[in-house]
Design a protein around this ligand. Structure first.
Ligand code: HEC
Length: 129
């Protein structure tokens, strides 16, 4: 009777240790996965495969200067903004595009949830050509 209980407790102990070891990594993966889901709303305009090219190609956008995708016709506001898209600028823009950059031409109201923006930006870091 005592052996099964001991071995059961041992496996629980082992499982807890393993779970702790992978918890950090899987949290990051979960965020990126959620970010990929949120990106579906962006892809309606930003999918580089779209024939209409409604929005500029976002592959490699993190670390890029704003308004610099060759051949895309940006608004004057976006062309003149001269900012670098990093975590802070993307977060502010994606929260309220018109508030952050008045006059830009992205017809998107913004993402109200900070967690969605955080996960989306984590995903965008992995979204490269
Ligand atoms: C309805 C179409 C549409 C949707 C949906 C949309 N965008 Fe855009 N986006 C645009 C357009 C058009 C521009 C160019 C704006 C300008 O020139 O002022 C743009 C510009 C941008 C830029 C600046 C890119 C650069 O090259 O400087 C970023 C970043 C961006 N969008 C991110 C997103 C993200 C992330 C989402 C999803 C949460 C999203 N957009 C949803 C149409 C859209």
């Amino acid at each position: 009777m005592s052996t099964p209980i001991k071995s059961g407790a041992f496996s629980v102990y082992l499982a807890a240790g393993l779970a702790t070891a992978v918890a950090a990594d899987s949290a990051v993966l979960r965020d990126i996965e959620n970010g990929r889901r949120v990106f579906a709303t962006c892809a309606a305009c930003h999918d580089p495969g779209l024939p209409t090219k409604t929005g500029p190609d976002l592959r490699g956008v993190v670390g890029r200067k704003s308004g610099t995708v060759p051949g895309f016709r940006y608004s004057r506001a976006m062309k003149n903004a001269r900012i670098v898209w990093d975590e802070a600028t993307l977060d502010a823009y994606l929260a309220e595009p018109q508030e952050m950059m008045p006059g830009n031409a992205m017809p998107f109201p913004g993402l109200p949830l900070p967690a969605d923006r955080r996960d989306l930006i984590a995903y965008l870091k992995t979204y490269t050509p």
